[in-house]
Ligand binder design. Structure first.
Ligand code: GLN
Length: 539
């Protein structure tokens, strides 16, 4: 029987609930348990796919093509769990399922209400993780205790625990213990109030995890325990980590959170095997790795979360090569507005990530031209690949008006165009080419060298594609189409053969990189960037 853990948050958002849940999953997994994870997001969008990265950060895409919250990226990276459409529900999705059923007449004349219909739907969604292959299911409830829109989710998990019983479902509440500089004190009151809100709903946390800048004193532990009605040994301190988010599982393990969870769930402790992870973290925090600088040229640069998986993948590639990757984020419009290439001057490698819309495109194209002409290792991802194709058309093929029809539908050289199956699409939600698709890599390509195999599967999220009308012209001018769909109809990877390392992919490799298993394209890109750096320092 699958046991359940519910993770809620209080006081403020951005406490790192996702990372904490993922870190706990990682520990349980390394104790030999089969773990599944999901997130409930209380907003009304059916999924985050239609939301601006500025609002929501990155949209994480699963193998099955679900557009999800970026916390699922943490779940996959920390715990190696494979997320799917069962891993992310929103208020919008829950309500649309219930409303669809109501329209079908399934409720036989009954009045459809938040309790029991919406809460039942939430409980069914939680149960979608429960199966014979899952020992422990972790459900993170997005938002903060006290939000109006979180209420049905909290009521549903209260009912769930009531129905399943104490040893089968537990509550972990993540809270903030702020340090008030002016008073020189740490305050437990916000945590007391947040637990008070949960208590009003009928939830008493079994474990309280306190996010804090500074260590908690003995008095803090006893105060939090007494006023929050949580056993003292179940009050956990989660101090800010200094170097890497991958330290979090080690911090939790040090306080035996995983063992406490297992005890509450009435499961045997089993041995913990995290030596490899520990070594990886030690290597990161040693702070003595040679540095390599990567410029990331994008349009959502001001929000770090917008390129979460890309930054993480660069980090993983650094770990694999034993280099420290310094990420230099460049707003593509700033590059457009400067005369030369100053912002790129210290870049050992350049990465242009995915994106949508016209803004900042010229800056990206300028960065790509610079990388191509100056032999700077380049990795293009999705829109970054499409920009590389446009750049080549404008500056090598001699089509100055070449463009994607996303930006200029009237161009005479639509080198990137809407995919055939997208022409009839009218709804924006979940209608792109999404999820894992196979790709065949050509002999002699950098991509093939990186992957070490010719058949790969990568995740996608796009509406536009390389226009095959121009394939011949490109190939004659020296663009190497190094990866295609197995039927050769869709261009998936392009490279410049006479460049040290220039690879651009229509897919998103960043979704499959892991801290202990860097993505091959990122790994080889970073290696090439370091070679470029070394070449420049010796000449
Ligand atoms: N806007 C482009 C498309 O839809 C690229 C999408 C992306 O980078 N994810 O094809």
């Amino acid at each position: 029987m699958t046991k359940h853990i519910f993770v809620t948050g209080g006081v403020v958002s951005s406490l790192g609930k996702g990372i904490t849940a993922a870190a706990l999953a990682m520990l349980l997994k390394h104790r030999g348990y089969r773990v599944a994870m999901q997130k409930m997001d209380p907003y009304i969008n059916v999924d985050p796919g239609t939301m601006s990265p500025f609002q929501h950060g990155e949209v994480f895409v699963t193998d099955d093509g679900t557009e999800t919250d970026l916390d699922l990226g943490h779940y996959e990276r920390f715990a190696g769990v494979c997320c799917s459409k069962a891993s992310n529900y929103t208020t919008g999705k829950i309500y649309s399922n219930v409303i669809e059923r109501e329209r079908r007449g399934d409720y036989l004349g009954g009045t459809v209400q938040v309790i029991p219909h919406i809460t039942d739907e939430i409980k069914d969604s939680i149960l979608s993780l429960a199966n014979p292959d899952t020992d422990i299911a972790i459900t993170e409830i997005g938002g903060t205790a006290g939000d109006i829109e979180s209420l049905p989710f909290l009521e549903a998990i209260r009912q769930f625990r009531h129905e399943k019983g104490i040893g089968n479902a537990i509550f972990i509440h993540l809270t903030l213990v702020p340090y008030l500089r002016a008073a020189g004190e740490m305050k437990t009151k916000p945590s007391q109030q947040s637990v008070g809100i949960l208590r009003n709903i009928g939830i008493v946390p079994d474990i309280l995890i306190c996010r804090t800048e500074l260590p908690l004193s003995k008095e803090h532990f006893s105060k939090l325990s007494l006023f929050c009605n949580v056993a003292q040994e179940m009050v956990i301190e989660e101090q800010d980590v200094k170097n890497s988010i991958y330290e979090v599982p080690l911090e939790l393990a040090y306080q035996q959170v995983d063992l406490k969870v297992l005890r509450l769930l009435e499961l045997p402790p089993r041995e913990l095997h995290i030596d490899e992870w520990r070594t990886m973290v030690q290597r990161v925090i040693a702070n003595d790795r040679p540095q390599v600088t990567i410029a990331v040229v994008g349009k959502y640069i001001s929000l770090r979360d917008a390129y979460k998986s890309i930054y993480e993948s660069l980090d993983h590639a650094g770990i694999a090569n034993n280099f420290e990757v310094i990420i230099k984020s460049i707003e593509s419009e700033d590059l457009e507005n400067c005369r030369g290439y100053e912002p790129l001057a210290d870049a050992d490698g350049i990465l242009v990530p995915g994106g949508f819309g016209n803004r900042g495109i010229d800056g990206k194209i300028k960065a790509i031209q610079y990388a191509r002409e100056n032999d700077i290792p380049f990795l293009g991802i999705c829109l970054g690949m499409q920009c590389a194709v446009i750049e080549f058309a404008r500056n090598v093929l001699g089509y100055p008006d070449a463009d994607s029809t996303e930006f200029n539908p009237q161009t005479k050289h639509p080198v990137i165009c809407l995919m055939k199956e997208q022409e009839q699409v009218t709804h924006k939600g979940a209608s792109m080419r999404l999820g894992a698709w196979p790709c065949t890599l050509r002999d002699g390509s950098k991509a093939l060298i990186a992957y070490g195999k010719s058949e790969v599967s990568e995740r996608h999220r796009h509406r536009y594609e390389f226009n095959n009308t121009f394939r011949e012209a490109y190939q004659q001018a020296g663009l190497f189409i190094s990866g295609t769909s197995p039927d050769n109809k869709l261009v998936e990877v392009v490279e410049h053969a006479h460049h040290p390392w220039f690879v651009a992919a229509q897919f998103h490799p960043e979704f499959k990189s892991r801290p202990l298993c860097a993505h091959p394209l990122f790994q080889n890109f970073i290696k090439a960037a370091m070679e470029n750096k070394q070449k420049n320092t010796t000449t």
